[in-house]
Design a protein around this ligand. Structure first.
Ligand code: URA
Length: 253
């Protein structure tokens, strides 16, 4: 290898490392004043899940949940994220879809599933007559994640991060009281059902989510980001979405 080629390889390696660490943008949308005093000299550790449970239980509306999450300054992911990514769609939707955690596009826009995987998800929903923009709750969905802030570099959220957010997604589900829940990928399926089975086995099998004395039908399916990487698997996801359409037609509430 020549000196120039070596140099190039070293630069590429450094760039790759920066992307892995989450530094994947040259500029952000708004300037960051890195010299401004920190709100707290020594950030307190994340409150224990019990404290999160108490705080989440006090919320009565989605707006109260959003305000409480916006005010949660001492959570590590919160400090590296641009936005808190709140649920998007109809607050009384019959179908609630839950993903893992925001990616780069979601972090920049503050909305779940707005990047390439979100666009695929929107098309899949449209194919069965559902939309997050629909005004009719029968045709509407609400989309959220089990973690509300982007993990740096799009890494998987840790167990502690998922546990910290769990009371908030549980309370969101209680408030929305959906007829059907769809889990996009293994992480939300594990958080909401406790199942540690791989998603390729779990997908397409209807499970129950206990809510206010009833069992809400819950469908685990493949994550749209996985479908973008493995387009042949779209036929399985399509099967799941058809099953969702059928179940929705049969389900009262
Ligand atoms: N992937 C997720 O799981 N959630 C998003 O909001 C975007 C991508």
């Amino acid at each position: 290898m020549t000196g120039g080629t070596n140099e190039r390889a070293r630069w590429l390696e450094q760039l790759r490392w920066q992307v892995e660490m989450g530094a994947d943008e040259a500029i952000a949308e708004a300037p960051v004043n890195r010299l401004a005093p920190m709100p707290q000299a020594a950030p307190a550790p994340s409150p224990a899940p019990a404290a999160q449970l108490d705080q989440a239980a006090q919320c009565r509306t989605l707006e109260e949940i959003f305000a409480a999450l916006d005010a949660m300054a001492d959570f590590r992911l919160r400090r590296t994220a641009t936005h808190t990514v709140h649920a998007d769609g109809h607050p009384n939707a019959r179908v609630m879809l839950i993903g893992e955690a925001p990616g780069r596009d979601e972090d920049l826009r503050g909305k779940p599933f707005v990047g390439r995987s979100g666009q695929l998800l929107d098309r899949m929903l449209a194919a069965i007559g559902l939309s997050r923009q629909a005004e009719d709750p029968e045709k509407a969905v609400l989309i959220s994640n089990v973690v509300f802030w982007r993990p740096p570099g799009n890494r998987k959220p840790t167990e502690a991060e998922v546990n910290h957010c769990a009371p908030w997604i549980a309370r969101t589900i209680e408030i929305v009281d959906p007829a059907i829940i769809v889990c996009l990928g293994a992480t939300p399926a594990r958080v909401l059902t406790g199942s540690t089975q791989g998603i390729t086995r779990l997908r397409g099998n209807w499970l129950d989510y206990p809510l206010n004395g009833r069992a809400v039908p819950l469908l685990p399916t493949l994550h749209p980001a996985y479908l973008l990487r493995q387009p042949l698997q779209k036929r399985l996801a399509w099967r799941d979405f058809l099953s969702l359409k059928l179940r929705l037609a049969e389900t009262g509430k």
